[in-house]
Design a protein around this ligand. Structure first.
Ligand code: ADQ
Length: 542
């Protein structure tokens, strides 16, 4: 029995967060114990701090473990490690994961929500599993729920859960928040189960979206597919006397956390490493003492950058051009471009790489002077589209590096590992420019994190107009991410902007994201939920 199961005498109401994945994963240790690891992704980053700092808050989600892979003792150890961190794990079989997660969630809903209908797969089998797993989440919640609790359901994986909960429990508040975009009715109606999905989320008291546009799309879908109007206050009167409310709640980041972490020694070391490697500041590339053959060689090397380059330069000047250009006396200042993403087709990585390649082609003066640090962690590796995307990005990086590399300069440093927050902040801080160009994105936290890591200083943001963040960050270099030429020009302008001008632009954006943090977003949603549903006072529900 779960240690948080509510007995009859329990009266204290709590917040229970429910999402597909828990905010942490477990790594098995040689001694049989399990160590916690923070999961990467917008949801974990945004709500994780709220969960950790509120000691009565529980989080229910899939553990990522298949029970068939573990002994009963291991399952018990996994369960209790999670519970010690107020996380309640669900164990799903490989078959359930294939249908619910890889199938209906990621192969059907995800592409549809991001306007990629051509990628959406409509398979009645995965829909059945999706419905069943939403029921399993309700079963996992049943022993936990106490009268007056607030259950906050997250995202597109659990769109049937709000109404299942409403039917099963009549004395709780139910919130649902969508972290991805909500598409127009023209796209959403192609989903064979569009009506069931709408009825599922309308079981919530409060439905939240990142932007007003997504709210409008949702309202149009409800009107066209269910024939229900929304009033001016966002109220939707659903069958059975229940009223759902819809509104926009743009998500923020923990601004101070990113600002502070940028000053940690690991973040500073990472930043320094990148700045040295890219020639932004003197470092090991300038070390002429390594094995210089003579003082004359060392002197020549000092001028051109390293001990070996004067030899090679005589034979192959085109290969060392960048070397001498990068470290030579009269050289153009060297710059660093950064990006941080999950490897997902909605993030526009191939288009972004083509824009970077175009920059080197169109403005060859940047050759040897701009280095792109591309952090792209593979996700959803079990879905074929993602495997293809990974191959495409690998090939493009290889092609661009092969085409432009010099002995001492590689245009793109491609890192596919998932990194903890400190080195990520170091990468952000090293970036003169952040290239954040998703083809479609609910919000995009990376843009905000980059700005927090440049608190009060220069650094230019090139931002897609296809993400929620573009509504708040109008001072960025806004681009259409499909337009390679436009992105290339914006990148060029961002690299050329003066520190004074970029600091000025950043201050305006930073003031906004400092005021709207992940914490104020959580509090804002939960306050609004309290306003629209008060189960303790509602006789019908008691
Ligand atoms: P995501 O699609 O995951 O989130 P995003 O908002 O950019 O996208 O958040 C990604 C988070 O993961 C950031 O905190 C980032 O620092 C971290 N991250 C990404 N790649 C990483 C890497 N390689 N290594 C380490 N950390 C990495 C979804 C929606 C978004 C929405 C959020 C929050 O798709 O539109 O903004 O939820 O609602």
């Amino acid at each position: 029995q779960c240690r948080f199961a509510g007995g009859n005498g329990d009266t204290m109401s709590r917040l229970i967060i429910v999402s597909n994945r828990l905010p942490v994963s477990l790594d098995a240790q040689p001694d049989g114990s399990y160590a916690l690891r923070q999961n990467v992704g917008g949801l974990a980053t945004a709500i994780g701090p709220y969960h950790s700092s509120h000691h009565d808050c529980l989080w229910v989600g899939w553990s990522g473990e298949d029970p068939a892979d573990h002994t009963p003792e291991e399952i018990e150890a996994i369960r209790s490690t999670y519970e010690e961190n107020r996380c309640i794990p669900l164990f799903l079989s490989a078959e359930q994961v294939a249908g619910f997660y890889a199938g209906f969630s990621n192969n059907t809903l995800w592409p549809l929500m991001h306007d990629f209908s051509h990628e959406a797969v409509f398979d009645p089998g995965t829909w059945e599993t999706y419905s069943h797993v939403n029921q399993l989440f309700a079963d996992a919640l049943a022993p936990l729920i106490r009268k007056g609790d607030t259950v906050w359901v997250q995202d597109y994986h659990l769109m049937l859960l709000p109404n299942i909960l409403r039917q099963r429990f009549n004395n709780i508040s139910i919130g649902w928040f969508l972290h991805v975009p909500f598409p127009s009715p023209e796209i959403f109606r192609s989903l064979p189960q569009s009506r069931e999905i709408l009825k599922g989320v309308l079981g919530a008291d409060l439905l939240g979206f990142h932007t007003v546009d997504f709210v409008e799309n949702f309202k149009s879908c409800v009107q066209q597919l269910l024939d229900i109007e929304t009033d001016d206050a966002g109220h939707i009167a659903v069958d059975g006397g229940h009223t759902a409310t819809v509104d926009a709640f743009p998500i923020g980041i923990d601004y101070n956390l990113y600002r502070r972490t940028t000053r940690s020694s690991l973040a500073r070391a990472m930043r320094r490493g990148i700045e040295e490697q890219s020639g932004k500041r003197p470092g090991r590339h300038h070390d002429t003492s390594l094995s210089a053959e003579s003082s004359a060689a060392a002197e020549a090397a000092t001028k051109s950058g390293s001990w070996w380059s004067h030899h090679v330069h005589e034979e192959l000047p085109e290969l060392t051009l960048a070397q001498s250009a990068m470290f030579g006396k009269d050289s153009k200042p060297n710059k660093v471009v950064v990006s941080v993403d999950r490897l997902d087709y909605t993030k526009g990585l191939p288009e972004r790489l083509r824009a970077f390649e175009r920059l080197l082609e169109k403005y060859p003066e940047w050759i040897g002077h701009v280095t792109y640090y591309l952090l792209a962690t593979p996700s959803r590796g079990d879905v074929e589209t993602y495997q293809r995307l990974k191959q495409q990005v690998d090939q493009l990086v290889g092609k661009i590096n092969g085409r432009f590399s010099m002995l001492a300069w590689t245009p793109i440093h491609y890192i596919t590992r998932s990194l903890p927050i400190k080195p990520v902040c170091g990468i952000y801080a090293a970036g003169d420019v952040a290239l954040v160009t998703p083809l479609r994105d609910g919000m995009n936290l990376v843009a905000k994190e980059y700005l927090a890591c440049h608190d009060g200083r220069d650094g230019a943001l090139v931002l897609s107009d296809m993400c929620g963040a573009a509504e708040e960050l109008g001072e960025a270099f806004i681009v259409n991410p499909y337009d390679i030429e436009m992105t290339c020009e914006a990148l060029h302008d961002a690299l050329e902007i003066s520190p004074e001008e970029s600091t000025r632009r950043n201050r305006a954006m930073q003031a906004r994201i400092k005021a709207r943090t992940a914490g104020t977003w959580c509090a804002g949603f939960l306050d609004a939920l309290l306003q629209v549903s008060n189960p303790g006072l509602d006789d019908k529900r008691l």
